[in-house]
Design a protein around this ligand. Structure first.
Ligand code: THU
Length: 136
């Protein structure tokens, strides 16, 4: 469990990333901040596209940036929106989080101060994992 100072830094990073979101189509900016086991924080935002399916969610943008910077393990992800209620990661992002952070905590926060928290295994029970690819 991240300490209060680290959680505050994660929350701030998620909101900062949310401010940089490129969401001219949905008008639904999202920021995500990942915590690594050694305390690094890497963030991402959603990046939409006029060809709608080409857009990327904040969580996957954060994971892409983190992996490119050499991080492959994450203990916590904070997702920030200005929605009325905290929003959980979408299904595709749950699957991508599963690859690198199967044990991670997922916290969702809103500008209005609402908070929700889950484990990834609550959000994605019975996941497809690297071991699912094994053939005997
Ligand atoms: N979005 C995210 O960035 N993360 C999620 O987990 C759910 C949805 C983005 C995708 C799109 O740019 C906008 O929110 C509306 O769906």
């Amino acid at each position: 469990m991240a300490d209060a100072t680290t959680l505050a830094a994660l929350r701030a990073a998620a909101f900062e990333a949310m401010e940089r979101a490129y969401a001219p189509y949905s008008h639904f900016p999202v920021g995500a901040a990942l915590l690594t086991p050694d305390g690094a924080i890497i963030s991402g935002c959603n990046v939409e596209n006029s060809s709608y399916p080409a857009g990327t969610c904040a969580e996957r943008a954060a994971i892409g940036a983190a992996v490119a910077a050499g991080h492959r393990e994450f203990t916590h992800v904070v997702v920030a929106t200005n929605a009325d209620r905290p929003t959980p990661p979408c299904g595709i992002c749950r699957q991508v989080l599963q690859e690198f952070a199967p044990q991670c905590r997922v916290t969702s926060i809103t500008r209005g101060g609402a908070v929700a928290e889950w484990s990834l295994s609550e959000l994605l029970p019975n996941p497809f994992t690297p071991s699912s690819l094994r053939r005997e």
